[in-house]
Design a protein. Sequence first.
Length: 299
Amino acid sequence: MAISDSLGDLRTLEIEDGCIEYRIRGGGPGPAVVFLHGIIANADVWRGVVSDLASDHRCVAPDWPLGGHRLGMRPGTDFSLPGIARMVERFLVAAGLDQVVLVANDTGGAVAQYVAAAHPQRIAGLVLTPCDAFDNFPPPPIRHLRLFGRTTWGLWLLAQTLRWRFVQRLPIAFGLLTERPIPAAIMRSYTGPLRDYASTRRDFAALVRQIHPRYTIDVAPRLASYRRPVLLVWARERRRFFPLDHAHRLAAIFPDARVEIIEDSGPFVTEDQPAAVAAAIRRFVAGQVPHRAEITAPS
């Protein structure tokens, strides 16, 4: 689970799939900003962005059940990309969130594509940072997850190895995601739940079994139906984990989209350049997303 105080107050919301922990901070006249992280991570991905953005925006950062969460989902939960997109929609409804800006990274960006294509009613604007798209799901350096991650015992073994800093910085782990090492406490936040909770391993194994490029290939042409503003904040990274040309290809599909490039960053732009990401989101919301969301979530 996320540990960063900068994310705000911790709350829990029950939806059809189970209980979602989330943090909420800030306020302002503009729309709420809802964050969607990727696999083996949690809301801590957004800690630097929220710390900046919360001065004038309501920021809602859930721990989605993608491997860095501590509250297991109910048996039978659909962990395909369309299934997780429905989970996001249910969360927004249960939290009383409408006309939000959805900001996503990594696998969360693939989920956000399905939200935009299938559940666009509550999404006033979409921000995608480097994420899975087209046939790049998952990216080649981490395709071993489809072998080790399909079973709970394989995930337990993987989680044990991720205790060690040198393993975390390997290209087959988190090493290609940032230009600078992620702080040790944050890495424990990301990887600890896989070690500590059998329910987390069960959920993540179910998710890994659904990882396949057919989903991202299928949703791509459907993105043309999302006619609200889209911003792609992408890294000009040298390793092509999430290629920059994918940002331009996505922008060409959305009817109203533009690309902003982040320099000196790996794919996790929120880790390497959080201030630049926050500034890009702030400009986008101020200039292109005039709607307002009201939060009526239980305290």
